[in-house]
Design a protein around this ligand. Structure first.
Ligand code: C5P
Length: 393
């Protein structure tokens, strides 16, 4: 029997944890529950104990609990740790590595995968701090069941409602069975490339790597073996995947070739089109007032190369199109020109998307164009990887 350690943190949605326990038990999982101080205000230990059929843990410094099962052991005895509902507070504690109660200590001490189902007021969910914490946790391999949108107990409307228990159970099942992409290899490119001009200068672009890194983490969460090939970024190294760090487009190209074969390739990197004939010494002003000439040569096109028909071609190749005008038209043309299967097209013209935390895209496939509402990059990564999972069903 697979075992779940369920941490119930505070919030009006905590009552739904009882339904989750009931569904999980019905599906054959063993559930051990941990209740935080705030959680106790919304559900009683007795109701959780009745539904799990097991002791409910609440205190970090309980002599009886420690003599039966120490908190370190408790954090490792399960196959999966689930936090539902996960408040903004517990997410912040996880992101910051705090351990000042039993729940946060277990989350820091565990060696198992962690799945969180956030629930909170819409403003708290949309706050930059919460979104940054979610992105950080996803990069570390934490699985996130996105909250639903709708009317809230506090009277406001928007995203922040706990996902319905059957949806959380489906995510648990995917995590425990290693997800729909189990056995598949995915290559993801991410970030900008740096093309040196001389020993101290380079050509670059505004790509942050946030979208590509989030996609790599989301594919790994679906069970894929992921090779993330990243240009220079200012992001934490994601958890649970192979990370290859490169600087130039030519290095990225070589790394992608070396990582083949793969079932999936997602080319999210903003690869420089050109590299510069590099000066061996720092370029100097020579007093003539004439700028030095930069000798540019074309970089290899990683996406177009990987998409060429042949035995090494991944079954699903996804390209990105960052455009500033005529989005659908240019992206559709790009899909044909590069011979990739899907194109994720985003308008990067002055909307704060490149380098920002949100994205608004069109997904262009052989079947046509889907327009996705503006959402966080992590949510978009999850939506895209779910679609990739469905493609391989
Ligand atoms: O040609 P353009 O840069 O507009 O196309 C964008 C798509 O092509 C992205 O998916 C990007 O990762 C990929 N690309 C690439 N190698 C290049 C240039 C772009 O893989 N040299």
């Amino acid at each position: 029997m697979k075992r779940i350690l369920l941490i119930v943190s505070g919030g009006i949605a905590a009552y739904k944890a009882l339904e989750l326990v009931r569904l999980a038990a019905k599906a054959g999982y063993g559930v051990t529950a941990v209740l935080t101080e705030a959680g106790k205000q919304f559900v009683t230990p007795l109701s959780l104990q009745a539904l799990t059929g097991a002791k409910v843990y609440q205190d970090l410094f309980s002599l009886t609990d420690e003599s039966e099962m120490g908190h370190i052991e408790l954090s490792r005895a399960a196959d999966l740790v689930v936090v539902a509902p996960a408040t903004a507070n517990i997410l912040a504690k996880m992101a910051g590595g705090l351990s000042n109660d039993l729940a946060s200590t277990l989350l820091l001490a565990t060696d198992k995968r962690v799945l969180v189902a956030p629930a909170m007021n819409v403003r708290m969910w949309e706050h930059a701090a919460t979104q940054a914490n979610i992105a950080l946790l996803q990069n570390r391999g934490v699985l996130v069941v996105q909250p639903d949108e709708g009317p809230m107990a506090c009277g406001e409307y928007g995203p922040g409602r706990l996902a319905e228990p059957p949806v959380i159970l489906a995510a648990i099942e995917a995590a425990l069975n290693d997800g729909p992409l189990k056995g598949k290899h995915a290559i993801v490119t991410s970030g900008p490339t740096h093309e040196p001009i001389d020993p101290v200068r380079y050509l670059a672009n505004r790509s942050s790597g946030k979208q590509g890194h989030a996609i790599a983490a989301a594919l790994a969460a679906q069970g894929a073996r992921v090779t993330l090939i990243s240009g220079p970024v200012n992001l934490p190294d994601p958890f649970g995947l192979t990370l290859v760090k490169v600087e130039t487009a030519r290095e990225m190209f070589e790394a992608v070739q070396a990582a083949l074969p793969a079932d999936i390739a997602v080319c999210a990197a903003a690869v420089a089109d050109w590299h510069v004939e590099q000066a061996t010494q720092k370029l100097k002003k020579d007093g003539s007032g004439k700028p030095p000439a930069l000798n540019l040569s074309e970089n290899p096109d990683i996406l177009a190369t990987i998409s060429k028909p042949g035995p090494q071609r991944p079954r699903l190749v996804v390209g990105f199109a960052a455009e500033t005008e005529k989005l659908e038209e240019h992206a559709t043309a790009k899909r044909a020109r590069k011979n990739c299967d899907w194109v994720v097209a985003n308008n990067v013209g002055g909307t704060g998307i490149m380098g920002g935390d949100e994205n608004e895209v069109l997904l262009i496939t052989a079947k046509g164009t889907e327009s996705w509402a503006r959402m966080g990059k992590a949510a978009l990564a999850q939506k895209l990887s779910t679609k990739i999972g469905e493609f391989f069903e």
